[in-house]
Ligand binder design. Structure first.
Ligand code: ATP
Length: 556
């Protein structure tokens, strides 16, 4: 049995940070607003010391350090003598580490005002003034960075890279869409490229860098970015392993194309550990670790690229909310989209819905209304997801109806509008979803569409510049057209959406508390789908939701 258990926080989209046997980085990119950097020293021979950091844009939710995870002896001493063991380890590996070297959680406030703009970059952009050719990266990486079209570093890259290359721990904070992926991949690749050839030129080299991603789309995206940076590093390779594709195909691909960097989603990683011969050996240093047991040591540097008092969201993204009864939501959605499409020929919209099945329903209604709709969620086949994701990345004039699979980290350029229908899971999810627009300093718009009983959520985002817009008065012709479209959607889609809707709000701490009210609200939702009587739900599912015997629910 392979020695890796994937902790539930990761399965749920949380963070995981592990280390490999050879001491190179394992990165978890589960919360894309976070930047986690493990800082290997640039030197030949021997395993670099490990460091790790992550930060959530709003609050630091536990810092992760896994420096000595692979060695139980070291871990014991670390647990007992925090700090001392680390110095011993580092010294024993030949790294010249002294107590003065380590900065106990020192906050290095990056001079966000340096560039003079709101976001701290030149002309208010997300970019810094520093060019990549001004920093100490290898010529191969530099060439690749230039080919990718990156000339100047983003603020977070400028602020972190020199420190990481010195072998320091870094904890960095930066807004959405400001280049955190390159910020963690580039130093990791630099570290890999300094490993002695004997380590790298094996037929099946160790996997030295494992990047864990919560969604398949994000994993693909990280692999694409890694490939760009590896363009001239011919002895280094990256592979992606994600669920929903054929395991055997990935096994063959990993055999044919040895890789030192693996980008994975947790479930599929586990699959390979259990079913791919030799795979666990390649990851042999990765232990059974629970994130809660890994503590970030105090010797990290905190780099904050967000100015004090600045909002967590981008000021160039205008944020609005609208509160309207559920039965108007489809009409309002249609009306908003029609106007947006008419105003901007290059429109590119993402509509976030609460669950996969509600996403499907909304996509079907809007497709009936002849809008240019694509749909993405976990119930779609992976090939369909990849196709839609690739298309949406490249195109304009499209509306993507999505569940939260697109909420975090996914980089679709030039999204003009993000609409969130229904209450998001929490404040962070609201910010992540909104962060799909306004990337790389561009402008964007966000609209949160709530039912009156979802207004409570606004208190959690009241510090953001979000303003209310009045409910559109939708003309009678449009309303009839929308009703007609809703009517045409298959009953099965409505049944599934109803069930999913009930499940989502049932698990919402505020709305799900009072079951009789929840059932009434669910009935409102079913009426908004044009149903006179709410669909029946299998008994077994009601039991799972803890809703069996709740009056007002019909069971089969
Ligand atoms: N130095 C650079 N110059 C120009 N573009 C860059 C640079 N670095 C990264 N980018 C591009 O910026 C975009 C956003 O980067 P990325 O997705 O890494 O942002 P992020 O901060 O991780 O976002 P999120 O918080 O949503 O995960 C990508 O298209 C990436 O290719």
């Amino acid at each position: 049995m392979p020695q890796l258990s994937l902790p539930s926080p990761v399965m749920a989209g949380g963070d995981l940070l592990l280390r490999t046997h050879l001491g190179l980085p394992v990165l978890a990119r589960a919360l894309p607003c976070c930047l986690r950097l493990r800082v290997p020293a640039r030197r030949r021979g021997g395993a670099p010391p490990l460091t790790a950091a992550k930060v959530d844009i709003a609050d630091v939710v536990g810092l992760v350090r896994s420096s000595d995870a692979a060695d139980p002896k070291r871990r014991r001493s670390r647990d007992g003598e925090e700090g001392l063991a680390f110095r011993k380890v580092a010294t024993s590996r030949g790294r010249d580490v002294h107590e003065e070297d380590v900065v106990g959680g020192e906050a290095l406030e990056f001079d966000a005002a340096k560039g003079g703009g709101e976001a701290g970059g030149v002309d208010g952009s997300y970019l810094s003034e520093t060019r990549f050719d001004q920093c100490a990266i290898s010529p191969l990486s530099l060439k690749a960075v230039n080919d990718a079209g990156y000339e100047r570093m983003t603020q977070v890259q400028e602020a972190t890279l020199p420190i990481i290359l010195q072998g320091k721990d870094v904890l960095a904070k930066a807004k959405t869409g400001t280049g955190k992926t390159v910020a963690f991949l580039l130093p990791a690749i630099e570290a890999l490229s300094t490993l002695p050839n004997s380590r790298r030129n094996q037929l099946r080299p160790s996997i030295n860098l494992l990047v864990m991603c919560p969604t398949r789309e994000l994993a693909n995206q990280v692999a694409v970015e890694a490939k760009k940076l590896l363009k001239y590093h011919h002895s280094l390779g990256v592979q992606v392993v994600i669920g929903g594709t054929r395991l055997t195909q990935e096994q063959r691909s990993m055999q044919a194309n040895p890789c030192q960097i693996l980008v994975a989603t947790p479930g599929r990683l586990k699959d390979h550990l259990e079913n791919t011969p030799g795979f666990s050996t390649r990851l042999k240093g990765v232990k059974v670790r629970q994130i809660s047991h890994i503590a970030m040591k105090k010797d990290y540097k905190f780099i904050n690229t967000v100015k004090d008092g600045d909002e967590e969201t981008h000021s160039q993204v205008s944020q609005m909310f609208m509160v309207a009864p559920l039965d108007l939501h489809f009409s309002i959605l249609y009306d908003v989209l029609k106007k947006h499409v008419a105003e901007d020929a290059d429109y590119k919209v993402i509509i976030f819905c609460t669950t996969a099945m509600v996403t499907k329903l909304v996509a079907e209604v809007l497709s009936q209304l002849k809008l240019n709709i694509r749909e993405i969620h976990s119930r779609k086949s992976q090939s369909a997801r990849t196709k839609v994701s690739d298309e949406f990345r490249k195109s304009r004039g499209l509306i993507l109806v999505s569940s939260d699979v697109s909420a975090r980290g996914v980089d679709y350029p030039d999204v003009t509008l993000v609409i969130q229908v229904g209450v998001p899971a929490d404040r962070q999810q609201y910010i992540h979803r909104l962060g799909r627009t306004g990337r790389k300093g561009k402008e964007g718009q966000g609209l949160l569409l709530l039912a009156p009983w979802e207004k409570y959520f606004l208190s959690s985002i009241k510090d953001l510049s979000i303003s209310e817009v009045a409910v559109h008065s939708v003309d009678a012709t449009t309303q009839t057209k929308v009703k007609d479209a809703v009517r045409k959607v298959e009953m099965r889609s409505k049944e599934s959406a109803y069930q999913a809707w009930l499940g989502y709000y049932n698990s919402n701490k505020t709305i799900g508390r009072e079951k009789s009210r929840l059932v009434k609200l669910a009935e409102e939702f079913s009426q908004s789908m044009g149903l006179a009587v709410p669909p029946a739900i299998p008994k077994q599912i009601l039991r799972k939701m803890g809703l069996n015997n709740v009056p007002g629910l019909r069971s089969t």
